[in-house]
Design a protein. Structure first.
Lengths: 230, 122
């Protein structure tokens, strides 16, 4: 099983090295690739200095475009599984082997690492949790499936979904919309409990003002996704 | 504002919104760029359905008939949308320029396959 870890990184020079070392230690049977989203700090230089495999995007595309590049890379290089691990250190690579085993054993298309099943570790801010519960409910109404952590970036997918995502992936706030998209196609998605850490350096990319746009845009996107044709 | 124009306006807006959603559904229009048009459509519907509000605003602005207020508001908002498109195009132009430059540099100086003086890594 060829497995790839996609590490999107925008201005993560403080945490990228530690994130990669963590991966090297806990996920030895995974390949990994950093997708440098046109960082303006030393993220790219650090990767090159440390010999970390990196794809350097010529323009900044945001999390959606960057991660989709990773899926495209995974598809073209024949990977059977791909998992997203953020460059800021929030995701713990210790769970990756568990996720891969779970995906294989239950013949799933996607395994999501959810913070909210066991409710351990970093639980995000109250406001974010309200938003997450809202999206959880919306997805349940539209697809019948309960996803407790629809905004989790820690997601592992199989070959079918790698191809789907490499062809079409939302540009911003991609997680809830993309989950709805594959659920609509009848893909098998399950979650396992994980523990996430607070981001170790840098700043989060979602500010207060953007939150309103986020809620409206993603809600509409999920609704339209539900009635989407090919 | 009489009931006839109200019905016509709402019918047109609803038809337009359905068309919008259909285009998004078929991946011919990005939701991001459609949001402002949604706002315009909903705004027009609100003004058409609440003539009291429209009359009040018309009075405040010195416009004689409420329906003119509706057209004026729709026109101003449309201008704002067009302007936002100008901004979006400017941004896209810049990105296309950067991409073109990167591709040109990747292709190297051409002719001589060995000579590629500006390689940017693997």
């Amino acid at each position: 099983m060829k497995k790839l870890i996609i590490i999107p990184a925008y201005n993560e020079s403080e945490s990228i090295e530690r994130t990669v070392r963590d991966i090297q230690e806990h996920a030895k049977d995974f390949d990994y690739i950093v997708i440098n989203d046109c960082s303006t700090d030393r993220t790219l230089e650090i990767c090159r200095e440390q010999g970390i495999p990196v794809i350097s995007l010529p323009i900044n595309m945001g999390i959606g475009g960057a991660v989709q590049t990773g899926y495209l890379y995974a598809y073209r290089n024949g990977y059977d599984m791909a998992v997203q691990v953020d460059g800021d250190g929030q995701h713990d690579p210790a769970f990756l082997t568990q996720m891969a085993d779970y995906l294989e054993k239950h013949q799933l298309d996607m395994v999501i690492g959810s913070r909210f099943i066991e409710k351990e570790g970093f639980q995000s801010s109250v406001i974010r949790r309200v938003g997450i519960r809202y999206f959880s409910g919306l997805i349940r109404i539209l697809t019948g499936q309960t996803i407790t952590d629809p905004t989790s970036g820690l997601r592992m997918v199989g070959r079918d979904v790698i191809k789907l995502f490499s062809e079409r992936y939302p540009n911003d706030y991609p997680e809830p919309e993309s989950v709805t998209a594959i659920l609509r196609r009848g893909k098998r998605v399950e979650e396992i409990p994980v523990v996430m850490r607070e981001r170790s350096g840098g700043i989060s990319s979602i500010s207060m003002q953007k939150s309103v746009y986020y809620m409206v845009k993603v809600s509409l996107a999920i609704l339209i996704e539900r009635i989407r044709s090919e | 504002m009489n009931i006839r124009i109200q019905i016509i306006v709402v019918a047109i807006v609803v038809a337009a919104l359905v068309g919008l959603i259909n285009l998004i559904r078929r991946n011919k229009l990005q939701l991001k760029y459609a949001l402002l048009w949604f706002g315009l459509g909903i705004g027009i519907c609100v003004f058409a359905c609440f003539p009291g509000l429209t009359s009040y605003l018309a009075g405040v602005m010195g416009i004689y008939t409420p329906i003119n207020m509706l057209f004026f508001a729709g026109f101003c908002f449309s201008l704002a949308i067009i302007f936002s498109l100008s901004v979006a195009i400017s941004r896209l132009s810049e990105r296309v320029k950067k991409l073109s430059q990167e591709i040109a540099l990747l292709k190297g100086t051409g002719g001589d396959e060995e000579e590629n003086t500006l390689t940017e890594g693997e």
